[in-house]
Design a binder for this molecule. Sequence first.
Ligand SMILES: [Zn+2]
Length: 282
Amino acid sequence: MSLKCSVLKSGYCEQTQGFGGSNNHRGLDLVGKGYTLDDIVSYDDGNVLMSVTGYGNGQGEGVNWRYGNFVKIQHDNGTVCLYAHMEYTSVRVGQRVSKGQVIGRMGNSGNSSGGHLHWEFWSKNDYNSNIDPSPYLAPKEPIVLPKPVERDKNKRQFQVDYNDNLRVRKTPNGEILGILNQGIYDFISTETNGGYEWVKLKDGMYSAITDMSRILEVEKEEVQEDLIDEIEMLNKRIVELEDKLSLFEKQEQEYKYFVAPKEDIYYIKLKKNETLKYLRRD
Ligand SMILES: [Zn+2]
């Protein structure tokens, strides 16, 4: 089954031998898609430390007997890749190479029993620091940073005030993935870490709220709904009170006050057209 492949020009390969195992294999053995030969490309940007060419199968001494024609490249983060058993190499020592640049042709030189690439991945420029290249076989997915969006008061958004400053990290305080330009961006949630408030842009992308960025106000829809409910309730109450008031006014019109002209003042409410007889007791 073909695998996505960061070190062959076609971008695909078949793996014929994995790392480790009973013979303590130091790397991966790869051939081109459909068990063909392919051009070999550099895993990443770097500088060519060694480029050995001109050997055939099983010839040479030492590393050349083992590796045949090979290229060793140191990447900018210090890791080293070694590509062995090439038919020929096409880069020279000291040359700067880019990720994906062809560095030679797959072959059968050195201690090899058929055309293939023997790929080693070292954590530093030390023969004994070789690690399993498997995690690096599939090309890294390109990092796509979020793009600025329109202001939307119903969304959680934050604003970046300056270009070329605000970093995007894989985790709060973690690996830097890129820089956000000036603009407004959506975010999912916030969390506090290392003395900063972080906004989560999406899974695996965080930015700190610094003096170059700020969280924008949200008019939450739930709050609006709550307010609408409350207003409806108050309107109902107003209607109820208006009904009561009009009833009261109606009743009020039907009554008039009678004020008794005596020292002990008292009030009697009378209905319209009602009369009160005030009896003087002599
Ligand atoms: Zn091998």
